[in-house]
Design a protein around this ligand. Structure first.
Ligand code: HPA
Length: 271
């Protein structure tokens, strides 16, 4: 596997001007940031050796290199989900490649259902912790000791300094941000009312089908992580009658995207 990570990284390095310091993964309806990169060089996933190809509507499937806030970044416009049928090593492959490209920071975004009764659709939530409710863990199997430890500590998975800076940036720009715990599960079904209530009882504030695998793998390799959810729908117990469609998720995410992009951009500038 390591040879695969390296060979994909080498393919990309030979085709870009500057190696990225920051990796960004953009969630459903949140891909707009990638269009803001200066001096952009984009690769469709299907043209990158060893890369899987994304199948979800609203995920355009491009890896875009360029400058944002004066820093060299690489952004994934569209990610790979476990529910698409990819095994975890495939879901997290791009993050492994990012490490070999020299990435030190990972910024992730996602669309999520709100569990905390104080949250409304359209809110942004800074992720300060997560619950891995996927039926597996991306680090199961052989450990790459040269990349990270067998039993990684997870007490500070979401970088505290980045969280503090993001809150400061939100305040300066008069943007309301929530903060809380993200629970990731496989999907593709949205939660039943009973499942939403269970996740809320677990202590989670938002629920979605991504992020946790990529963050585990990044954190394992010593990459500093920052994550943000856009709450696209209220759910039990906040909104007992809520029904959720993928169109609604995309629409709400799209309308919040400029605010989230502002926070990501300013945060990246400050690094
Ligand atoms: N549940 C799971 N994933 C989601 C949701 C939800 O309510 N909304 C957006 N992604």
């Amino acid at each position: 596997m390591i040879e695969k990570f390296k060979s994909t990284a080498t393919f990309l390095k030979e085709r870009i001007k500057n190696e990225p310091e920051i990796g960004i993964i953009l969630g459903s309806g949140l891909g707009g940031l990638a269009n803001k990169l200066e001096d952009a060089i984009a690769f469709e996933y299907k043209n990158i050796p060893n890369f899987p190809v994304s199948t979800v509507e609203g995920h355009s499937g491009k890896l875009v290199f360029g400058k944002l806030g004066g820093k060299n970044v690489v952004a994934m416009q569209g990610r790979f989900h476990f529910y698409e049928g990819y095994p975890m090593d495939v879901v997290t492959f791009p993050v492994r490649v990012m490490k070999f490209l020299g990435v030190k920071y990972l910024f992730v975004s996602n669309a999520a259902g709100g569990l905390n009764p104080d949250f409304k659709a359209g809110d942004m939530m800074i992720i300060n912790d997560h619950i891995n409710y996927f039926p597996t863990n991306p680090l199961i199997g052989k450990n790459y000791n040269e990349l990270g430890p067998r039993f990684p500590d997870m007490s500070k998975t979401y970088n505290r300094e980045l969280i503090a800076k993001a809150k400061e940036i939100a305040k300066q720009n008069n943007l309301k941000v929530q903060e809380g715990i993200y629970i990731g599960s496989s999907g593709p079904t949205l939660e039943t009312p009973a499942e939403y209530r269970l996740f809320h009882k677990f202590g989670a504030d938002a629920t979605g089908m991504s992020t946790v695998p990529e963050v585990i793998v990044a954190h394992h390799m010593g990459i500093k992580c920052f994550g943000m959810s856009v709450i696209t729908n209220g759910s039990e117990p906040a909104d007992p009658n809520g029904e959720t469609t993928h169109d609604e998720v995309q629409d709400v995410a799209g309308s919040v995207e400029p605010k989230m992009t502002l926070i990501f951009t300013e945060l990246i500038k400050s690094l």
